[in-house]
Design a protein around this ligand. Structure first.
Ligand code: ADP
Ligand code: MG
Length: 274
């Protein structure tokens, strides 16, 4: 539907991130809103994101309608080197926005959320794509209140086995033990997909607790504190009110040993989400 970037009018900035800026844009020909993510083409990150966005098509993943290698056509006076993604506009914002507004969510809402994230991860993992950056700001909500996975900026397509140094990207707060300290936690041979399960577990627990779970409430999460909490933290802080189903679900995600951690397929059958 979208043939030309010049048919899009920038309305406001929706978010800034590592690689670029996301705008709310108005498509004059169809009178509808989209989100436009504009990235500077200065690394190897963008082609992977573009590649993945072109390949995926699922109700659980934010849809990308078009990709433009846009030179300087974005009216900003910027010269060249941009790539732009035209995505469906998620008017509910991110889970991060929702948490900032409501602080905590009910188990009922979390179970619907978890189900959708699992469906999305199941789809991605089935295509050999590891997301690697599951966190509240990358889970977006549309006008119907449906959650979808977004932001493939640090994702990875697995070809055969685990490869390369995996500590190059992603927010460490939601990162699994085997990614932070591969030597201790057997990360060299780790099934990369299990890292996404860990991150999802952290997010779900955060939704019920109302704060980032692996360190004490109100602490400033510097890198060292986080690393210790993720790799060595013994006890999981669980809200007293949490149901046994929720507790078990989160424990299955936050199993430090990735070999014992639940897979997405196992979790899709978990009573908490079914
Ligand atoms: P980054 O790689 O910079 O983190 P994201 O794709 O995560 O980029 O987008 C950054 C922020 O912009 C998101 O956290 C969200 O608040 C907003 N955003 C991104 N895509 C959309 C969209 N399709 N609809 C609405 N808001 C979006
Ligand atoms: Mg992001």
């Amino acid at each position: 539907i979208i043939k030309d970037l010049s048919d899009l009018e920038k309305r406001e900035v929706l978010g800034h991130g590592n690689g670029g800026t996301v705008y709310k844009v108005y498509h004059t020909k169809t009178c509808s809103f989209y989100a436009l993510k504009v990235l500077r083409l200065n690394g190897i990150r963008q082609p992977v994101e573009a590649e993945i966005l072109k390949r995926v098509d699922s109700p659980y993943i934010v849809k990308c309608h078009a990709v433009f290698d846009s030179g300087n056509s974005n009216n900003d006076g910027d010269k060249g080197g941009d790539i732009s993604f035209v995505m469906e506009y998620m008017e509910g914002g991110s889970l991060n926005d929702v948490l900032r507004q409501h602080r905590i969510l009910s188990e009922k809402v979390i179970s619907v959320l978890a189900r959708r994230v699992l469906e999305g991860l199941g789809y991605l993992h089935g295509m050999n794509i590891v997301h690697r950056d599951i966190k509240p700001s990358n889970l977006l909500i549309n006008g119907k209140g449906e959650v979808k996975i977004a932001d493939f900026g640090v994702s990875h397509v697995v070809e055969g086995r685990f490869e390369g140094n995996e500590n190059d990207a992603g927010t460490c707060a939601y990162m699994s033990p085997e990614r932070i300290d591969p030597e201790r936690w057997g990360g060299e041979n780790a099934d990369e997909f299990s890292g996404d399960v860990w991150s999802m577990g952290v997010v779900m627990l955060e939704c019920l607790l109302g704060y980032f779970p692996l360190i004490g409430a109100g602490q400033r999460p510097d890198w060292a504190t986080l690393m210790c909490a993720i790799c060595f933290g013994e006890k999981l802080e669980m809200p007293e009110k949490a149901s046994p189903e929720f507790q078990n679900f989160v424990r299955r995600c936050l199993e430090k040993n990735w070999r014992k951690r639940a897979t997405v397929l196992e979790l899709l059958h978990h009573p908490f989400v079914s």
